[in-house]
Design a protein. Sequence first.
Length: 503
Amino acid sequence: MKYLICILGAWFGFANPVYQVPLLVLLFPAALTAIALEADSPRDALFHGWLAGTLAFSACLYWVAIPVHHFGPLPWVISASCPLLLGVYFGLYTGVYTLAVQWAGKRLHWFLLAPFAGFLWTVLEYLRAHILTGFPWLTLAQAFGPWPLVLQITAYIGAFGLSGLLVAMCVWFLRSTKTKNALIPALLACGLILGPGYWLFQQPLSGDSGVRVAVIQGNIEQHRKWDREYQQDTVEKYLRLSRKALKESNAELLVWPETAVPFFLQEDSALRQRISVFCRKQETALVTGAPGYGKTRDITHLYNRAYLIDERGRVSASYAKNHLVPFGEYVPLGSWIPYVDKLVPGMGDFSSGNSAAPLVQGDLALGPLICYEIIFPHEVQERVDHGANLLLNMSNDAWFGRSSGPDQHWNQAVLRAVEQGRYLIRSTNTGVSGFIDPRGRSMDRTSMFTATSRVHQIRPISGQTFFSANYELLRWLYSGLAVLLILISLGSKEKLPYKIKKQ
């Protein structure tokens, strides 16, 4: 029964193809906590927590099989194992959670067990964001992307901090079935989450004068994207959509998606000149994704880049993606496992960039984040530390097909906008594209698999949220508090554990 609650809570709590109810995601940590507290031994807690997490995460990550099958290409039998393998890895973190809660549950007072569980969950999400290059997908706070009122406290404690607070609240509510007094801290935690949201939603947004920005969604079929014969049609389609957006809105900046230009923009080709002439005639700047290359010591490096072309048609700045996608843009330990190819056909291994400097156009300092870089709080923090007053996420989510992957990706972008108190511009090939304000509210969001554009007036913001200004301090504070509670547990005598009645 606990397994079923874990799976259903995660499935319906996170974005899914049926219907998302963010509140249901709380059943996931609640069921894991119940598994821990009713386990007969540490081994039972570890195994059942790992298995429950594996099943829940595998179900939510089902879409990973789509790019592996369609663009790998690998047969469905093998492709279907990829979500399971990711789930097995994610399950290790839930296994550690249930093991630690089972151990602490026999030593800590019920009041302290909840913050112990919360800080532990926060630290585990931090670790998942860094270990093995990191993959902080399906973090607990992500589920509340459609309910930005719940997310406002992330401007103070970050998304991982919110995940921990939600877990602590769940543990107190769970304990209230036995001790009514536990309802008090549970309700206080609920108020602590919703209070800032209610207050901030009443406050006007600060920022400089607005700038009209147009995001262009080309909806280019992935299997034709890198076809040389289709390059001119691709460019003409983006120019046609851009021309229409400019005519209707007189936008001052155009944003095309990741690798919208499927050729080397740094070379003086006819298609490059076509884009430059367009920007010059329209007197508008353009940011677009395109592959790029560079040489060091006679070695050619391939980059996934974002280029800023100014209103005179000149490339004025560029950014090379720092955080690459394993098995999508490079093969980890490629010399050891050469038989594992990438999903990107016809391209060599990409190299990572080493700069987080913004793309500057007038008063705009665009913090570029290509594809899944937006899911990493530390990557976004680095852009703001370098002076970004707007966040820019360019992606190509065509890989995900018609699945819940793009919605899960969008919900991650919502978290980053609130954490940093910045407007966020998101341009993708097939959706979801649009704008997110500093409160996490979606603006002019596009539908999937449509060729379209969206225009919105947004404001650059230079100030920092409490989370942004104290990022490093909070990271160490959460870890330190978790260690402190572990030390308190070690100093406590083992008592009979609180048992939840088994179903």
